[in-house]
Design a protein. Structure first.
Lengths: 393, 233
C-alpha cells in the first residue's frame, strides 16, 4: 500500500503544482490590481512556491523517517509566508496560527518518531503504540484531522487561491503519506490499536467538517471544512485497507479525485473573491445570471466534491460504505448527507436567483485552468464509473 | 553516585520551574538559552567514556553546533525581537506565575511516575533523563497555552523542542549527522520566521498580545446575531 500511495503522490503532486503555478500567473496580477498595495514581491512568491513544491517532493521521497520529518517541517516553513501574501490582519493571524499549531504538531510527531525508532530496538508493542499515537496526532495536525484541524479553515480561507488549492490538494496528502509510512511499520500486535485510532479520528473529522459546513457563511471556509471531511474519509478508507482490496483501490481513487476537484473549487472560489471582493455567501448571488461560466464551474465542482455520479468520489465513497462495519457506514452515510445538503444550499443560493451585488468582470484567462480540470474530472469520472459498472455486471 | 549528567538534568528541572515563574522576557530567554547549552553538551556527558573511549567527531560536531544554535543564536534572535517589539515582560498571563510553577511541579511528579511505569531504566543512559524530558515538554506546552505574548509562545515552542531533544539524548538515539543538523536548521528557520511574523504582527496590530489574533473563526455560526465583519475583506 505504501509504495502504491507513494507512486501516486509522486505523479499527482507535480501535476497539482503546475496547475496552480499557471493559475498564479493569471491570478496574482489581478489580485494585486484589485486589492492594491501591501503584498509580497512576486519573485519572492514564486521562489517560495517552488521551494514548497520541492519540500513536498522531498517529504514523499525521503529515505528515512527522521528525514521525512525534516521535510514535512520544511513544507510548513516555506508555505507559511505564502499564506500572508496580502499582509493584512486576517492573513497574518492565519499565518501565525498555522506556524504555531503545525509546529507543535510536528514537534509531537518528532517525539513519536523517536518512540517508534526506540521501539524498533526493543521490539515492544507498547512503545510502538505510544509512538503511533503521537505520530497520528502530530502528522494528523498537519493533515487537518479533527480535533487538531483548527489552523486549516483560517489558513485556507486567507491564503491566495492557488496557495489554498496547493495546501488542500497536495500538502494534506503528503502528511497523510507520513502516517501511512508509520502504519506500515507497525507489528501485528499494535495494528488493531492503530486502525481503531485512525477510524475514530476519521469519523470525528467527517463529523466536525459536516457540522461546520451547515450554515457556513464564508464560501472559502466551506471548502476548507470540506477538506477536513475528505481527509477524514481518506484516513477511514486507509484504516479499512487491511480488510480487503476494495478499500485500497478506493483510497487511491479518492486521493486523486479529491485533490483535483478541490483545486478546481479553490481556483473558482478565488475568481469569485476577485470579482465580488468578499467571501460572504449572502453577497455573492445570482451567478447564473451575471457570471454564467463561473456558475457552471462552481455548481459542477460542488456536485463532484459531494460524491454525486459521475464523480470518482461516488465510487470511492460507495466502496467505503461496503467495506466498513454496519454502524460505521451508517454514521458516515448520514454525515455525507448533511455535507451534501450544506453544499447544495450554498451552491444553489450562490448560483440561482438575481444578483444583489455588482461585480467587476474577470479576464477570460482566469477560467482556463478550472475549466480544464472540470473536463478532465468529468471524462475520467464517466470512464471509471462505466468500467466499474461493466465489472459489476 | 551523583554524576555530572545528573547534576545537569537536575539543573534542567530547576530551569523549567524558573521559566514557569519568569515574568521578565529577558530572564526567560536566558533560562531557555541555558537549557539549550545543556541539551547541546548532554550527549557528551551521557557518553560511556570507560567502555567506548573518546566519542567520535560526529558527537562533537553536533554538540558544538547544537549549543551554538540553541544557546547563542536563537536567544540573540529573540532578544532582538524583544527589543524591536518593545515588549519587556509578560504582564497578564492567563495562568498566574505561582500556579504555573505549581503545575510544573505536578508535571515533574507525573513525569517520574510515567518514567517508572514505562520501565525505561534498562535502556536509557540516566534514570533522570526521561522524567525531566517529559517535564520540559509539559513546561513548553504550558508556556504556549498560558501566556499571551507572541514571544513567550515562541519560547514555549523552544522549551518543547528542548524536551524532545533531551528525550532523544536520554534514550541514546542516533540519527546520523545530516538529520540532526536538518532538525536544527528547521528549528532555527522556524524561530526566524516566527520572529519576522512578530514584527509584522506588532506593526499591523500595534501589539504582540496573541488575544488580538482571534478574529478568524466560526463562533458566529453559534451566535448568528454577532457576526464578525471579517468576511467582507
Amino acid at each position: 500500500m505504501e509504495s502504491a500511495i507513494k507512486q501516486l503522490l509522486v505523479i499527482l503532486t507535480p501535476l497539482l503544482f503546475v496547475a496552480n503555478l499557471v493559475q498564479s500567473f493569471f491570478y496574482l496580477p489581478e489580485a494585486d490590481r484589485r486589492e492594491g498595495g501591501g503584498h509580497m514581491p512576486h519573485w519572492f512568491y514564486y521562489t517560495l512556491l517552488f521551494l514548497f513544491f520541492g519540500a513536498m517532493m522531498f517529504a514523499l521521497l525521503a529515505s528515512s523517517l527522521p528525514f521525512m520529518w525534516v521535510a514535512v517541517e520544511l513544507t510548513t516553513l516555506v508555505s507559511a509566508p505564502l499564506i500572508a501574501y496580502h499582509r493584512d490582519k486576517g492573513s497574518l493571524e492565519a499565518m501565525w496560527k498555522y506556524l504555531l499549531i503545525c509546529s507543535i504538531g510536528i514537534a509531537l510527531a518528532l517525539f513519536g518518531t523517536m518512540l517508534v525508532l526506540h521501539a524498533q530496538s526493543t521490539g515492544s508493542a507498547r512503545w510502538y503504540m505510544a509512538g503511533f499515537a503521537f505520530v497520528l496526532a502530530g502528522y494528523g495536525t498537519k493533515m487537518g484531522l479533527a480535533p487538531f484541524h483548527t489552523w486549516l479553515p483560517d489558513a485556507h480561507s486567507e491564503a491566495p487561491a492557488p496557495v489554498s488549492a496547493l495546501l488542500s490538494g497536495a500538502l494534506l496528502n503528503c502528511s497523510f503519506f507520513a502516517i501511512v509510512r508509520f502504519r506500515e511499520m507497525m507489528p501485528d500486535a499494535a495494528a488493531p490499536f492503530c486502525d481503531n485510532a485512525m477510524l475514530a479520528l476519521g469519523i470525528l473529522s467527517v463529523a466536525v467538517g459536516s457540522v461546520f459546513m451547515v450554515r457556513q457563511t464564508d464560501f472559502k471556509r466551506l471548502l476548507a471544512y470540506s477538506s477536513v471531511e475528505h481527509m477524514g474519509l481518506i484516513i477511514v478508507l486507509f484504516s479499512l485497507c487491511p480488510s480487503g482490496r476494495l478499500a485500497g483501490l478506493a483510497l487511491l481513487a479518492h486521493i486523486v479525485a479529491h485533490s483535483l476537484t478541490k483545486t478546481l473549487l479553490f481556483q473558482t472560489a478565488g475568481n469569485l473573491l476577485l470579482a465580488f471582493r468578499t467571501r460572504a455567501v449572502s453577497v455573492v448571488q445570482g451567478l447564473g445570471v451575471s457570471m454564467k461560466g463561473h456558475a457552471m464551474l462552481w455548481m459542477a465542482g460542488l456536485i463532484l466534491i459531494c460524491g454525486m455520479p459521475p464523480s470518482v468520489l461516488f465510487l470511492s465513497e460507495l466502496a467505503l460504505v461496503f467495506s466498513a462495519s454496519v454502524w460505521g457506514s451508517a454514521t458516515i452515510l448520514a454525515l455525507l448527507f448533511v455535507v451534501f445538503a450544506a453544499m447544495m444550499k450554498v451552491g444553489l443560493s450562490m448560483t440561482m436567483g438575481r444578483p444583489i451585488a455588482s461585480h467587476e468582470p474577470l479576464p477570460k484567462r482566469l477560467v482556463v485552468m478550472p475549466a480544464i480540470l472540470l473536463v478532465v474530472l468529468i471524462l475520467a469520472g464517466i470512464y471509471i464509473c462505466a468500467c466499474a459498472a461493466l465489472e459489476i455486471s | 553516585m551523583l554524576t555530572l549528567s545528573e547534576i545537569v538534568l537536575a539543573l534542567f528541572l530547576i530551569a523549567d520551574l524558573a521559566l514557569a515563574g519568569a515574568s521578565r522576557l529577558k530572564y526567560a530567554i536566558r533560562f531557555v538559552a541555558i537549557q539549550g547549552w545543556m541539551v547541546g553538551v548532554l550527549p557528551i556527558l551521557l557518553w560511556n567514556w570507560q567502555e567506548n573511549g573518546c566519542p567520535g567527531a560526529r558527537i562533537w560536531i553536533i554538540a558544538v553546533v547544537n549549543s551554538l544554535v540553541k544557546g547563542v543564536a536563537l536567544p540573540m534572535l529573540l532578544e532582538y525581537a524583544v527589543r524591536k517589539a518593545r515588549t519587556r515582560r509578560e504582564l497578564e498571563p492567563m495562568v498566574s506565575f505561582q500556579l504555573s510553577r505549581f503545575i510544573v511541579f505536578l508535571m515533574a511528579i507525573g513525569g517520574f511516575a510515567i518514567g517508572r511505569l514505562l520501565h525505561v531504566h534498562e535502556t536509557v543512559a540516566s534514570e533522570l533523563a526521561i522524567p525531566v524530558a517529559f517535564t520540559t515538554m509539559g513546561t513548553g506546552l504550558l508556556l504556549i497555552c498560558a501566556r499571551k505574548k507572541a514571544i513567550t509562545q515562541v519560547l514555549g515552542f523552544l522549551v518543547l523542542e528542548n524536551g524532545i531533544s533531551l528525550f532523544g539524548a536520554g534514550i541514546l538515539l542516533e540519527y546520523g549527522i545530516v538529520v540532526e543538523l536538518g532538525i536544527l536548521l528547521d528549528v532555527f528557520a522556524l524561530v526566524f520566521i516566527l520572529g519576522i511574523a512578530i514584527f509584522q504582527i506588532n506593526r499591523t496590530f500595534a501589539s504582540t498580545d496573541t488575544d488580538q489574533l482571534n478574529h478568524l473563526g466560526d463562533t458566529h455560526l453559534m451566535h448568528p446575531h454577532h457576526k464578525h465583519d471579517h468576511v467582507h475583506d
